[in-house]
Design a protein around this ligand. Structure first.
Ligand SMILES: [Zn+2]
Length: 381
């Protein structure tokens, strides 16, 4: 309780400092119900160079990062790529008068934490890690009847393997379950109580482990890995765009206070899972997950692989692959911890304190002529 309160206080103070000392805000344009900011203004603020690749893509890059944004006419204007990894934005990008726009929420709560994590005060060091093996007991989770596979078996096995690896590295690990039982029998409270359990154990990081199922009973072909964070306030879930139902939440979920760090954790985990397992990259996605909502720390959910795809299910059924999966998750946690520790004042490579590390307002210059459909970015006035 005391730690959670202190952590919240730290975040609020950090946010206040950023507001007080921060650069002037980027101009907004309201398109429909969403506030947008120009991609060229974002690039200028972050010190990224802008380049057009044919009529297909806008590239924003510096020495460290490479962001690819599809041009008008692409099938999914929420899907972008950062350093070769797929990310689904919360709102589609739009083009007005030849200028590409990101939603303000995507800029502030997704791109900024990923590209310039030092713009937020670093969270406390990670000591206690909560692992949540999905499902359990009467809740089998996803099943593959052809291969007799049950999700609850594999989430627990991977969770136990990961616990062993983390404990060997000196972390304190708490688990929402260590045997074939459900956390709570009432399905309505099972998920939030898992997060509350992590809160009572003062977890610094939360990882929920799941395996995926095809969208329909006949979908046995979908395969790959997805990583989920809880959407920022007012944003929709990635899957809500297909149904056309705006499921954005108005109330501020507890976990949203840690959004910048959940986003960074998701990306670190995504990178390691993708690199080490070689599963299809199905992207970083947003979803209002009950198991994440009440958290007092950064948290993500991983849909590690599809059990309903026989080839992938067979792979998951081997202990060797599940060990690789646990090792990839350990590497994802290591990468996140290294990233946040490098942001602390006095870190080895001498990063400045977060609030002093504000972003340069360097005008971005186009390096190639814009194709039809885009206009040259104007220098910010
Ligand atoms: Zn599941």
């Amino acid at each position: 309780m005391a730690r959670a309160a202190l952590r919240l206080l730290g975040f609020l103070l950090g946010a206040a400092l950023l507001r007080a000392a921060g650069p002037t805000p980027i101009a907004n344009v309201r398109i429909g119900r969403v506030e947008y900011v120009r991609a060229t203004d974002v690039a200028a603020r972050l010190g990224l160079k802008v380049r057009y690749e044919g009529a297909k893509r806008l590239l924003l890059s510096d020495g460290a990062h490479h962001l690819e944004v599809p041009a008008p006419g692409a099938t999914d204007l929420k899907e972008i790529s950062l350093d070769g990894l797929k990310i689904f934005l919360g709102d589609p990008t739009v083009v007005r008068a030849g200028q590409l726009y990101f939603s303000r929420i995507d800029f502030e709560h997704r791109l900024l934490p990923l590209l310039r994590p030092a713009a937020s005060p670093p969270p406390p060091s990670v000591h206690v890690i909560a692992i949540d093996p999905g499902h359990g007991g009467s809740d089998n989770g996803t099943q593959n009847p052809r291969l007799h596979l049950m999700e609850k078996t594999f989430t627990l096995d991977v969770g136990l393997r990961l616990r062993k690896l983390l404990e060997a590295q000196g972390y304190q690990v708490v688990m929402t379950r260590t045997n074939d039982s459900r956390f709570a029998n009432d399905p309505k409270v099972d998920l939030p109580l898992r997060a509350e359990f992590a809160n009572t154990k003062h977890a610094d990081l939360f990882l929920s482990i799941h395996f995926n199922a095809g969208g329909t009973a006949s979908d046995v072909s979908s395969h790959g890995t997805e990583v989920y964070t809880f959407p920022p306030e007012h944003q929709r879930a990635t899957a809500s765009w297909g149904s056309g139902v705006d499921d954005g939440e108005l109330g501020l979920a507890s976990v949203v206070r840690f959004n910048a760090w959940s986003v960074l954790f998701a990306h670190a985990m995504h990178e390691e899972l993708h690199r080490r397992l070689g599963t299809e990259d199905r992207g970083e996605r947003l979803r209002h997950l009950g198991v994440l909502r009440p958290l007092n720390c950064p948290g993500i959910l991983v849909e590690s692989a599809f059990l309903t795809n026989d080839a992938e299910g067979r792979r998951v059924a081997t202990p060797a692959f599940r060990q690789e999966m646990a090792e990839a998750m350990l590497a994802g946690i290591h990468a996140y911890v290294a990233a946040i520790d490098s942001l602390r004042p006095g870190a080895a490579h001498g990063m400045a304190p977060a609030a002093a590390h504000l972003l340069p307002a360097v005008p971005a210059a186009p390096e190639s002529a814009p194709p039809k459909g885009f206009q040259p970015p104007r220098r910010p006035s």
